[in-house]
Design a protein around this ligand. Structure first.
Ligand SMILES: Cc1ncc(COP(=O)(O)O)c(C=O)c1O
Length: 406
């Protein structure tokens, strides 16, 4: 049997192990048991970890102690705070980015039989609400250097049925919006931005939520800021903004002050897509820390970029010219991706594709052959751990593991 001092000595360096108290107090301690515990893999570096500020708990408690736990004054306050933080206007808070996208499709007049040109590399949520509208997603190819939709490929996919361009800023890196907007203007198409990855991104100095007809943000669990689930729609046109506020709450005007029968004269099919004050309080607390979140994420990108350059078999994704990325994912292209993932997994480092190409979903029709770049990078792209709680030693460990080869 070992003494407490001997156990402590053996466990030195493992003070942050989650089972340390159990180990120190384990009575029938044998040397073999301690050695076995200290040689097991202790690294467990997660891909994502939600940033939760210490201010969130008290903020939620305050809401719980008030009358308004549903949609109330804090939702309005969050919208105004979002608008001033990101220099955007006409923000409508909803319960998810999926809901924001659905509202954008309805407000764009997308209906049965319409075609919407989009990227194959995104979350299913990007296109699912198009199916609600009985519209058809048409997949354009992506660019190898950014993984974003290729404007040249968009041109080739336009038909008389095309109603809108639906673009996604992969990993937070803005698409080539000048080219996309020019095509949209020439063909009189709406531009809908799925900015779920892109909170805080800029293109040519302009905030990402101010460029397209509609911009949709996500506050789902692993995004820059989170309320568990949540979303927000920015509408360019004031009429769309007013209608979005009606549609997120049954089609009823919550601010209507006259006769109740007049208030309930619903003429539009609405939804239950509103945000609640519990979520808004959480998001206000997180948004107060946005500068720190942004800086931390930028420092992680800088570290990866300077320590992984010139690693054989590894290529970076570029930031679009004149754009500022929101740095949500750190995606790279690697040769022999299965071996790369295995090596990192064995070292306790999580990696993921995050999203697979959408066209392969049976509900979306199956793999398209006319997407040569998507086909080319399909076996190469992978995202590395990226969250605010990554410590310098975690990052060093990740790059050292990669640099040692796979
Ligand atoms: C590109 C993209 N669009 C839309 C969504 C859906 O967001 P939400 O979960 O807020 O509905 C996600 C979620 O991860 C996403 O990555």
């Amino acid at each position: 049997m070992l003494s407490q001092g001997e156990i402590r000595e053996l466990l030195s360096g493992f003070e942050s192990h989650p089972d340390i108290n159990f180990l120190l107090n384990f009575k029938p301690f044998s040397q073999t048991f301690v050695l076995a515990m200290t040689t097991v893999q202790t690294k467990n570096i997660a891909l994502f970890w939600p940033y939760i500020s210490k201010k969130v708990g008290p903020a939620i408690q305050q809401v719980l102690d008030s009358r308004w736990v549903g949609q109330g004054p804090l939702v309005d306050k969050f919208e105004k705070f979002f608008e001033s933080t990101f220099s955007v206007s006409r923000a409508v808070a909803v319960n998810s980015c999926t809901s924001a996208l659905h509202l954008a499709y309805i407000l764009s007049g997308i209906a049965a039989g319409d075609e919407v040109i989009t990227t194959p590399l995104s979350c299913y949520a990007t296109v699912m609400p198009l199916l609600f509208q009985k519209a058809k997603p048409i997949f354009a190819d992506i660019k190898q250097n950014t993984l974003n939709i290729d404007p040249k490929s968009i041109e080739k996919k336009i038909t008389p049925k095309t109603k809108a361009l639906l673009v996604v800023d992969w990993g937070g890196n803005p698409c080539e919006m000048d080219e996309i907007n020019e095509i949209a203007k020439r063909h009189q198409l709406k531009v809908i931005k799925d900015a779920a990855h892109a909170l805080g991104a800029k293109y040519k100095g302009k905030p990402i939520g101010s460029i397209s007809d509609f911009s949709c943000f996500s506050f789902q669990a692993i995004k820059h800021i989170t309320s568990g689930d949540g979303g927000l729609l920015c509408a360019k046109d004031p009429k769309d903004y007013e209608k979005a506020k009606l549609l997120r709450w049954y089609g009823i005007d919550r601010d209507f002050k006259g006769d109740i029968y007049d208030k309930f004269k619903v003429t539009e099919l609405g939804y239950k897509y509103n945000m609640t004050d519990l979520e808004a309080a959480t998001l206000i607390a997180q948004l107060e820390d946005f500068d720190q979140i942004k800086q931390k994420r930028k420092s992680i990108v800088d570290f990866y970029r300077s320590n992984l350059k010139q690693v054989p078999g590894l290529e970076f994704i570029e930031v679009t010219r004149d754009a500022e990325s929101a740095n949500w994912l750190f995606t790279i292209l690697v040769e022999r991706r299965a071996d790369f993932q295995k090596k990192l997994q064995e070292a306790g480092i999580e990696t993921s594709l995050v999203h697979t190409r959408l066209d392969v979903y049976p509900i979306l029709g199956g793999k398209r052959q006319d997407l040569p770049m998507m086909n080319e990078i399909e076996s190469k792209y992978i995202s590395l751990p990226f969250h605010c709680y990554l410590a310098p030693e975690d990052l060093t460990y990740i790059v050292d593991t990669i640099r040692s080869g796979w």
